[in-house]
Design a protein around this ligand. Structure first.
Ligand code: SF4
Length: 664
């Protein structure tokens, strides 16, 4: 029941069927293909051609274009002809929702069509309808009738197809039987896949997208598992996190979802959905994919016979509490200041602490690191919630043993000559790094088991560090070691963009599986550890915890990448909404380009801002419309009113502080 990856300890691609899309081959160990989607009006041939060319020049190997109706589907011919005339033979993909007629036209023109099984035949009305077995079977028969003609056209024209399930647009029928679950997503695609296989049509790619990387990862794993169980083979997978948003958050979410799966050899093509121009998605795709171009299989890490946890559902590893780490505590963030020669109070601003000289008090932000790792004790009083980790030789000289805590390597930890803290001790364990001396794991485990003050720090210098660390978590679980454990992750990448992807992939997958109680990020340049932007590293750490939904410290934005259906400037509007709501910790706000797909796709957002016509916006609370077709000029203000009416609005910390001081 557990199978979803060829290897959990060595990089090995899942072998999938080969799919041909025009001249491009996908699956069957072909390189992971990168792709994107245009945001122009499909009826604007030249704008769509120009944007497609920008995407292709940036490296896109497939370009998807929306075809909401027959007109747009027919216009794909003009677009394709113009691209071919200009010498671009990149395969085009028609994106279809709700309109089988458009799909049947597009399948005769472009190299691939994407259908969404949640809305190809079924409609979504957000109704909880009970289906009897007979009614359910009748519905499947209806889908077969409506979907088979498209399959036949694709077969005849050699057109590929993506059966693209989205978490937010599961049909009422699927929801009634499986709920809003990864299993529902899998079954939604499997129903269509069975029909296609029944017609002996196999030029198929599948996807299981969600804006929540946790749901997305579980759904893909489950899909692989079900395909192998039912068919004994797997079809290629298109990976993506939907409505990931923009900027750092969008990149982190995408890297976590896509990278977690690629680490396990799952995925044949990827799309990073950003609320930005589509050509900007391609460098992010490339940064993700290039990690795997030279990642060789290795046999250093002992194989996993059986995972001691389910890879298909979230359950946090059971740990006891040590100080504020483990058990029910949110994962902690450790800021690495070990390369600072001297640390001043101003330096702590970068990790969420602001010192107010007038009141002689520290203000602590929502994203304030919990620990700093330094070489020597600080020369000023620390904020109340912040503790400092020191190597043993520095720690022993400190007087405040409540604020300063030691870190040991495994040998020091086992050696009683090294005095230990009575409160909290960090113990470093290397995870199977190549060339690293064997550690006395048995003895270390025996001591850890009895030690209620020890927090384990796991790291690996292997190229497959995530797998190596996961292997050690498995070892801890198999040996019933319940000490909390944090991940130490170092990056040697040249740019911060690449490092962001590195940290997201190496820690995100472990957090999604409930394995980690904290993170600490370091940065090397060449062989030298440096102290780069501590502010950026801190922000990335909290961003990763937010994206894995293990620690919420900021507002969550679910914004679609926009496409030819979008009726307003989504990037500008998203930036505007962000600017006025970015202090609403934990509130999920969706900003969606169109009323056709937006409400379905905005998943579990608390509030929705959805384009519903030219210059018109409809506001949602959950799935319920609360203000319909309001003028876009006043829509952001109306959104704020809605947040206030629902007590989701709090004053920005600074403003509320100023007001409070004014009224004293
Ligand atoms: S929700 Fe956004 S990306 Fe999806 S179809 Fe509508 S406008 Fe296009």
């Amino acid at each position: 029941m557990q199978f979803y990856s060829e290897s959990l300890t060595s990089y090995k691609r899942l072998k999938t069927r080969e799919v041909k899309i025009g001249n491009l081959f996908l699956g069957n160990n072909h390189p992971v293909r990168v792709q994107t989607m245009t945001t122009t009006d499909t009826m604007d041939t030249m704008a769509t051609v120009e944007q497609s060319i920008r995407c292709i020049e940036a490296g896109a190997e497939l370009v998807r274009i929306t075809a909401p109706s027959k007109n747009e589907a027919e216009n794909l011919k003009q677009i394709k002809d113009e691209l071919r005339r200009r010498g671009y033979d990149t395969p085009l993909v028609a994106d279809i929702h709700f309109t089988p007629n458009a799909a049947e036209i597009a399948a005769r023109i472009v190299e691939k069509v994407r259908v969404n099984p949640g809305n190809y035949v079924d409609k979504k009305k957000f109704e909880q309808i009970e289906y009897t077995d007979t009614e359910y079977a009748e519905e499947i028969e209806r889908i077969k009738e409506r979907f088979t003609p498209l399959v036949k056209i694709c077969k005849e024209y050699g057109t590929a197809m993506r059966i693209g399930t989205n978490h937010g647009s599961l049909s009422d029928r699927i929801m009634s039987r499986y709920g809003d679950t990864a299993m529902g997503m899998v079954e939604s695609a499997m129903e269509f896949l069975r029909i296609a296989r029944g017609e002996d049509y196999h030029n198929i790619v599948l996807s299981m997208k969600s804006s929540n990387p946790q749901v997305m990862v579980q759904a893909y794993r489950l899909l692989v598992n079900h395909m192998m169980e039912e068919f004994g083979e797997a079809y290629p997978l298109h990976l993506g996190v939907t409505e990931a948003g923009d900027g750092e958050d969008g990149r982190i979410k995408s890297a976590i979802g896509i990278g977690t799966l690629l680490e396990d050899g799952i995925g044949d093509t990827i799309r990073v959905s950003l609320t930005e121009d589509p050509e900007l998605e391609i460098p992010v795709c490339n940064d993700i994919v290039k990690r795997y171009s030279d990642l060789m299989a290795n046999n250093i890490v002992p194989v996993i016979e059986k995972l001691p946890y389910s890879p298909f559902e979230y359950k946090r590893r059971e740990t006891f509490e040590v100080s504020n780490i483990g058990a029910k505590h949110v994962p902690v963030v450790v800021a690495d200041f070990s390369k600072f020669e001297k640390i001043t109070p101003e330096d702590l601003q970068s990790i969420g602490y602001t010192y107010d000289t007038a009141t002689d008090k520290w203000n602590i932000g929502d994203a304030a690191a919990d620990y700093i790792f330094c070489n020597t004790a600080l020369e000023f009083d620390l904020p109340g919630t912040l503790k400092v980790i020191l190597y043993h030789e520095s720690w022993i000289a400190t007087t405040d043993k409540a604020k300063y805590v030691p870190i040991f390597d495994a040998d020091q930890y086992l050696d009683d000559a090294f005095e230990k803290s009575t409160l909290l001790n960090f113990v470093m364990i290397d995870c199977y790094s190549e060339g690293y001396p064997d550690q006395p794991l048995e003895k270390t485990f025996a001591k850890l088991e009895q030690d209620k003050t020890a927090v384990i720090c796991l790291s690996s210098t292997n190229s497959n560090a995530m797998q190596s660390i996961r292997r050690m978590f498995v070892e801890l679980m198999n040996n019933s070691i319940k000490n909390p454990a944090i991940i130490i992750c170092d990056s040697k990448d040249d740019t911060m963009d690449q490092s962001l992807i590195h940290y997201s992939i190496e820690t995100g997958g472990l957090l999604l599986d409930g394995l980690s109680d904290g993170v600490c990020f370091g940065h090397y340049f060449g062989n030298k550890k440096i102290s780069p932007e501590t502010k950026t590293l801190n922000s990335v750490a909290f961003g990763i915890l937010q994206a894995t939904r293990t620690r919420i410290s900021r507002t969550e934005y679910i914004s679609c990448p926009s496409c030819g259906r979008t009726l307003f400037d989504l990037q500008e509007t998203t930036a505007k909404i962000r600017a006025v709501t970015n202090h609403l910790k934990g509130v999920k706000i969706a900003i969606m380009g169109c009323i056709v797909n937006g409400p379905g796709e905005m998943a579990d957002a608390d509030f929705g801002y959805v384009g519903s016509g030219v210059g018109k916006i409809t506001l949602y609370k959950g799935k319920e419309v609360v203000k319909r077709n309001i003028d876009s000029n006043i829509a952001v203000d109306e959104l704020i009113n809605l947040l206030k009416e629902n007590e989701a609005w709090v004053m920005a910390r600074k403003i509320s502080k100023l007001l409070w001081e004014y009224y004293q």
